[in-house]
Design a binder for this molecule. Sequence first.
Ligand code: CP
Length: 308
Amino acid sequence: MPGPNASFIDFKFWNTAKVQSLFAKAREIESHWFSGRPVGADSLRPGGTAALLFFEASTRTRMSFETACHRLGLGPLVLDTGGGTSLEKGETVEDSILNIAAMNPLVVIVRCGNAVDLEGMTKLIPMPIVNAGWGWKGHPTQALLDAYTLQKTWGSCAGKKVLIVGDIRHSRVAASHFHLAPLLGYEVAVAGPAPLLGDLPAGTRSFSNFDEGLRWCDAVMMLRFQFERHTGDVQLQPEEIKRNFGLHASRLPTVPKDALILHPGPVNHGVEMDSAALADSRCRVLQQVTSGVFVRQALLHTMIEGKS
Ligand code: CP
């Protein structure tokens, strides 16, 4: 049985050297990919599989891991929870994970809600688990690919200022950046409607005025407003969000000329971002997606080879 630190649930067992080693590997995989000399597939176990268990909706993360598996020569075993699984017969998420783990994939990649004890599952199955988005607790591979994308432009994230904007309270991406930022030396500040800021780490700078925050930052990361998770205490209209915390054509001149614009996706078009912001030369949204495959390839390769 692997120890819990063989899995990747959060950044608890990570340090700066481990992140930079992963990024170096991702850079190597990326440069080989673009020069037409892909690496990796030959060194993994022949016939090995990776289970992709997505109990919540996903486009990018699921397909990114699937692409990474194909490029590494790992067969992706994808559980399509959209219909036709035994979840419909009342099987629990935990039992589903245990049963698929019994098929001996080399790694189990899971997206699930807050109610699942993902950390606890790492003690119940013999192979590592990767958190591919866990409720609003964390989405560590998204934070890694964001930082990798920023580091590609900046050379280093140390000393940089990243403004995360919008629905911080329900954002697993923001949660993971609060843990990754100290490892790479960037500062995270937030801007958003007061009811959607949630519990912030002590000392986190918060801008009630979005334009002020924009003038402060080196990168602005817009988040999706997760209307499906808003309950009675959050009564915000898309128009109000758009006016106060939307990055639209009229606000683009306020973004510093060298600042970068990110969004983990999916975007609520016309709410937190519009087409002009997505088409802006400072926007890295699609580069984030491209980077994500290299970062996940590097992560899976490292985990399966047992080297960091
Ligand atoms: N960024 C992200 O997690 O997107 P998906 O929900 O589409 O996977």
